[in-house]
Design a protein around this ligand. Structure first.
Ligand code: ADP
Ligand code: MG
Length: 339
């Protein structure tokens, strides 16, 4: 008899997990922005170079980390956000898997600077391919700055698979939109290759959407609103005449988290039936608040899929709320010869 099974070393396990969590620079942007939000930041700055291929930096003014936590944050399954499986059912944070930093540090050069309120000095850690190469005290403002350089430096296949800078930047901007739209109470800036591309002051949902998508968006938006035991619905749908051939601005947020839901998308389309031309897509910016105990977010590592306890009721409610709002705004059905 011979035994052949062994436990994988941590850096190998981390690299495997990274395959799922980090598909492209935009995945890193998402994870770092979410961490900054979970750290209760009021101002978050995103700096990228070459569409994130050479640099992704996120600076926040949140709670920061102690020296020990800074080191621990790069371990797999290390998280301050849940303590037990029970906690999964009432999540109030974006993160909970404790995987992002470990995964990112397995496949990039990472520099972390962080300081908590009241501490005299902060901690600075450098880590490459899961190995800490230096840890020192440093002077830094309260909050956290993370630099991720040379993504996929040790996985040539992944690096070569990256698309052009224009495409990767598009993915990053899409992620930035999703995160910033869910949190108008936080100020966000974004810089690419030294130029400012977004400067989003603290505002409300409508104003944030307009700041992101231009002033013209304002006149397109029809507000929707409904409150029941199951769900609170708010946000906007685009007026039918602005429906486009391409699926552009379609966003669902559940408890401040962007999610994809073909099923709920269908509910929106059903509400627009007869109001938009065939093969055109209405835009929407829909915010749902539900009891965290009635949803499961732990379906996929990127956390953009979600399982609702009562999908059918939600579908019906969303459809009727939108129909009602469109009706109130006197949206006339399109005439047959218009098609
Ligand atoms: P998760 O977010 O799922 O907990 P991460 O790997 O993203 O896992 O982060 C690990 C831990 O590091 C977090 O639980 C948090 O305690 C800490 N952390 C990460 N980023 C920040 C930040 N920007 N500010 C403060 N703490 C942070
Ligand atoms: Mg996280």
């Amino acid at each position: 008899m011979s035994n052949i099974i062994q436990l994988l070393p941590d850096h190998v396990a981390n690299q495997i997990a990274a395959g799922e969590v980090v598909q492209r620079p935009a995945s890193v942007v998402k994870e770092l922005l979410e961490n900054a939000i979970d750290a209760k930041a009021s101002y978050i700055k995103l700096i990228i170079k070459e569409a994130g291929k050479t640099l992704i930096q996120v600076i926040d003014d949140g709670v920061g980390m102690s020296n020990t936590d800074a080191r621990l944050s790069f371990e797999r399954h290390a998280t301050s956000k849940i303590k037990s499986a029970e906690d999964l059912f009432h999540l109030d944070t974006k993160g909970f898997r404790g995987e992002a930093l470990a995964s990112i540090a397995a496949i990039a050069h990472v520099e972390l600077k962080t300081k908590q309120e009241g501490d005299e000095v902060g901690a600075e850690i450098k880590i490459e391919g899961s190995k800490i190469t230096s840890q020192e005290a440093c002077v830094t403002p309260k909050g956290t700055s993370i630099c991720v350089k040379n993504l996929f430096y040790n996985i040539p296949a992944r690096r070569n698979f990256l698309k052009s800078n224009a495409v990767e930047l598009r993915h990053i901007i899409d992620e930035f939109h999703r995160v910033t739209m869910a949190h108008p109470d936080i100020r966000f800036d974004m810089y690419h290759n030294g130029s400012e591309i977004f400067n989003l002051p603290v505002s409300n949902y409508r104003q944030r959407i307009v700041n992101i998508f231009s002033g013209k968006t304002n006149e397109k938006l029809v507000p929707i609103s409904e409150e029941t035991d199951l769900v609170t619905i708010s946000g906007f749908v685009g007026k039918p005449e602005y429906a486009k051939k391409t699926r552009g601005e379609q966003f669902f947020f559940v408890n401040h988290r962007y999610i994809k839901s073909p099923y709920l998308n269908h509910a929106v389309n059903a509400a627009f039936e007869g109001l938009v031309k065939e093969k055109t897509h209405p835009s929407y910016f829909i915010y749902l608040e539900v009891n965290p105990e009635t949803v499961d977010i732990n379906i996929h590592p990127t956390k953009t899929e979600i399982k609702f306890e009562d999908e059918h009721a939600l579908y019906a409610m969303l459809r009727s709320t939108i129909k009602h709002s469109l009706g109130q705004f006197n949206v006339a059905p399109i005439l047959d010869f218009d098609r």
